[in-house]
Every structure is written in C-alpha cells, then in structure tokens.
Design a protein around this ligand. Structure first.
Ligand code: ADP
Ligand code: MG
Length: 257
C-alpha cells in the first residue's frame, strides 16, 4: 500500500510546491511508483510537472465536488513512474462548496484510498492556508512533510500548523504523523542560515532532515520549463539535494515500518 504524504505549511513561498514536484520526481527516478496530487488552486505543481492546464478537462475539483473517480483524472507525466492529478483555477471554488458537503474533510481520503494500491508514494501539494483543502489533505495522509524556509521568523506560524495537525489527529485521522521538517532555500553565504538551522533543530530535533535544500537558480527556473530539476538539470545542486532527500524519505519509512 502506498504511503500518502502531504507537503504542508500555511505560509506561502516556503518551497512546498518545489518540494512536492522534485521529491515526487526523485522518488520516481529511484524506481518507486509515485502519484503527485495538486490541491492548490494556483496549480503550480501541475504546470511544474509539465501538465498543460489548458488541456486539462477534469481536475481534482471534480474529484472533490462531483465525485468523479480519481483514476479518471490522473494523467501520466514526462517522468517515468510518475503520474499526476492536476489542479486548475476551478479548484478555487471548492473551499466554499465543500462546506455544504457531508464529511467534507474526508472527500480526498475516499479517493486516495482507492488509488493507494497502485503507488508506493502519493505526494499532495497543499495550498498556503489551513482551510478545508489542507484539512482534506491531512485527513487523507499517513504523514505530513513541513518545509521551513531558512529566514528570520522561520518558526513563526508553525505553532498554528502543529495545532491543526493535533486537531486532525484528534478528530479526523488518528494515524497522522509528522514525516519530517525540511529546511529550504538556504543561502550558505549568510550566518542567518546557520542560526535558523540551529533554531529549527532545537525545536524539531531528529525530525529535521539532514538534506537541506540550498537556494539554487535551477530549482526556480525548472518550473517554467515544466520539468523537475532532475530532468531540467540533473547535475545541479538542487537536483542532487532533492535526490538525497528522496533517499532519506525512503530510508526513514523503512525504519518506521
Ligand atoms: P510554496 O509552494 O510554498 O508557495 P514554492 O515552491 O512555489 O513555494 O516556492 C516559492 C518560489 O521560490 C518559487 O518561485 C520557487 O521557484 C522558488 N524556490 C523554491 N525553492 C527554491 C530554491 N531552493 N532555490 C531557489 N528558488 C526556490
Ligand atoms: Mg505552492
């Protein structure tokens, strides 16, 4: 059975989508069957993995709201072993429409449970909020991976996220665990980065990945080419470190099981 991992942090611009796309691609590169699920109405993971939003007929919106079967909406990607379920701007309405739905937090879980047997990993890219879409992701997930940007106030706002995780554990998904905390966009030229790493490690201890994602221009260019870094520039530092992260995720999973 596949493991479902949400990439979540209600702060925008911390590297959620970059992590979702590149972790998915690297896990697939390491011969695992992977599904990348975009539940952010901005659809950045969708375009980042090379799926043309204009050509998408039905997206995750139809799965959540119209009960369309998820396997009807999934599509193959450029990356071998990697499928995706796209999001389009249509999803922006879902947050409000879900409110009227029975078991509104469990709509995504129903679909993911049907697909779990087909994959080793299902990676969900969350929107920058703690609304119903993120709640759906956390309810559907085995674990949550939290990207934290290496900047001042890195920990600010995380208590809100941790509270939400605790609430989900209490009421919606008892099994939910923290997969790990990923430091992103480290600028090695500044002392600030080192301070932030220490601060985050003090707080999250062994939950923090050894792999720390550097600021890397290839990682920011790759999405406009609709490719993960491992295809766009496999020799770039960004691609290398996301590959290291994928190996950590695989090894940690083996340890827990
Ligand atoms: P989020 O999904 O949390 O909003 P993104 O992954 O979209 O964050 O990243 C925000 C912006 O920063 C994007 O333009 C992305 O290309 C860029 N970015 C993310 N990670 C890196 C990195 N390690 N190095 C350079 N740019 C990055
Ligand atoms: Mg994003």
């Amino acid at each position: 059975m596949g493991k479902v991992i949400s990439i979540a942090n209600q702060k925008g611009g911390v590297g959620k989508t970059t992590t979702a796309v590149n972790l998915s691609a690297c896990l697939a590169y390491l011969h695992h069957k992977v599904l990348l699920v975009d539940i952010d109405p901005q659809g950045n993971a969708t375009s980042g993995i090379g799926v043309e939003k204009g050509e998408v007929d039905q997206c995750i919106y139809n799965v959540l709201i119209d009960d369309v079967k998820a396997d009807k909406v999934r599509t193959e990607t450029l990356v071998q072993n990697l499928d995706a379920i796209p999001a389009t701007i249509q999803l922006a309405g879902a947050e409000i429409e879900l409110v009227r739905t029975i078991s509104r937090e469990a709509q995504l879980k129903k679909s993911m449970d049907q697909l779990k047997a087909d994959y080793d990993y299902i990676i969900i890219d969350c929107p920058p909020s703690l609304g119903l879409l993120t709640l759906n992701a956390l309810t559907a997930s085995d674990t949550v991976l939290i990207p934290v940007q290496c900047e001042y106030y890195a920990l600010e706002g995380l208590s809100q996220l941790l509270n939400t995780i605790r609430l989900v554990q209490k009421h919606l998904n008892k099994q939910l665990m923290i997969e790990g905390v990923l430091l992103t966009m480290l600028d090695a030229r500044t002392n600030l980065g080192i301070q932030v790493i220490e601060e985050v490690k003090k707080y999250f201890q062994d939950k923090v990945y050894q792999s720390i994602i550097p600021r890397n221009v290839r990682l920011s260019e790759a999405p406009s080419h609709g490719r993960p870094a491992i295809l766009y520039d496999p020799k770039s530092r960004g691609a290398e470190v996301y590959l290291e992260l994928a190996k950590e995720v695989i090894t940690n999973g083996e340890r827990v099981r």
